[in-house]
Design a protein around this ligand. Sequence first.
Ligand code: PEP
Ligand code: MG
Length: 588
Amino acid sequence: MHELRGIAVSPGVVVGRVYVLDDVRRPVASRTIAAQAIEAEQARFEAAIAASLTELDELRAHAEQKMGTEAADVFAFHQGMLRDRTLIEPIRERIATERISAELAVQERFREVAELFASMPESAFRTKVDDVWDLDHRVLRHLIGEHRREITGAGHDVVVVAAELTPTQTAQFGTDGVVAFATEAGGETSHVAIFARSLSLPAVVGTESIMDIAREGDRIIIDGDEGLVIIRPTDEIVERYHGIAARAAELRARLGELREEPAITTDGERIELLGNIELAGEMHHVIEHGAEGVGLFRTEFLWLTSDHEPSEDEQFEALRAAVEAADGRPVTIRTFDLGADKYTQRRAMMPERNPFLGNRSLRYCLTNLTMFKQHLRAVLRASALGEMKIMFPLVTSLSEFRQAKLIVHEVMEDLEEDGLAFDRRVPLGMMVEVPSAAVMAPVYAGEADFFSIGTNDLIQYTLAVDRTNERVAHLYSAADPAVLRLIKEVVRAGRRSGVPVSCCGEVAGDPVFTMLLIGLGLRTLSATPSRLPFVKRVIRSVDVKSCERLARRVGSLDSERQVSALLRDQARKRFPELFDGRSVDASG
Ligand code: PEP
Ligand code: MG
């Protein structure tokens, strides 16, 4: 039995079987295949080669246009290698004779070639070693990465174990019989973690060495409350975890009874509870968990879950489905937030050195105007079908916000010319998720119809802590006084100018923070729907005065440790049943 500690990112406990999902950057696991699977495995390999060749065609054309033929020749060389039967044929043969997976056969063959090139006396060959590895990664990515190993059919109780997952991979788990996952990389609010919560999959990230310890088919426990992974547990431990899971299900059932009850404090203050969604299909979760609408629709998942660039009509259909399913409830659409860890880097000719500080979010939209306008057309067309608000992600300067609004108005004119319906008075708001926007909130308040505080990014940019990096995860905390001061300032700026303010970061769904957020003046919280019953339970048993008292006490503390200790203590004392005697996290 092995017990590994990681970062708890999505609650719940599960007992299942390990399913190893390989990563292109590390040795792939050794896996034998059944004799009758040989042809299918060879076909997977051929498909990966074909997909790589097509991708190289595009890269070559792009390079030629932007940088001339010399740069394009690099890709021509790569294509030449992939068409070279002396390189490719041994891979096919090995799959058949040694009955190994395509991934392993590819990696071993490319390693041989790289070693051969490295040992050549001619420097012309030695300089090609990096090209060989590059090509290896490309083919493997088609086998493993975006085109993941087929999980469907792997049975039930599948617990995915991976070095790292992309948001795209995680998005597909919902349909694959996956019940939980654990990764080596990742942080509490990485998008992979957010997706896990949306899909209600217990998950632990930042689990060092799990790829070395877990073997395919092992029994495994994922404890998403405690951030614990237990590999090959004893029967006694399994029994204990079955008990914990049963108690958690009981608590969920009890909280479910609050569904129709209003989110109202004991002294009568109404708190608006909204849901965060990534896909239109999640709208039923929003309704099931008693949310009053959608406070954040992460529309970029239209790109992350599609194998092609979604057209205007495809986007419109997804948005229409969401607005219609909302059945009169308001839906806040965030225009696509691509970049950083989402989408653009994997496709980039020249990946950015610091993508979280690079051309992401609204900046990306403003430098890809055709794509942005097409998106806005779809969004605005859907605005005719129900109550909608639109907000822009990661606004970092006033001019950027103004430019975005101007483009919305241009698109409105185009739609009018085309005779297409939309809501001309759709509110245009902004996410406040960088310190520059928080500090300037009083100025933005003159131009924004609403603010939505995105603490997930606000924490990382305030504290300079990458939200996806497990090595600095212990420094990432919403309980940091600097973050709390910024939230307070934004709420105050909104109140002074009559601009509604909500919070849609993960902290909004953490019951440990609920009293504090109310005490800071927030009256609208938007979170992963499954977290809302916990938050509502807190709201319905506190009064605003005690929340404000807590906020004042927190305001007098000067360290994250003190703040999170205080929040944890009061949560444990006031709502012991929410935590079942288990540890209370106050970090995200
Ligand atoms: C945030 O940053 O808090 C947020 C809600 O947006 P995302 O998590 O999608 O970056
Ligand atoms: Mg964000």
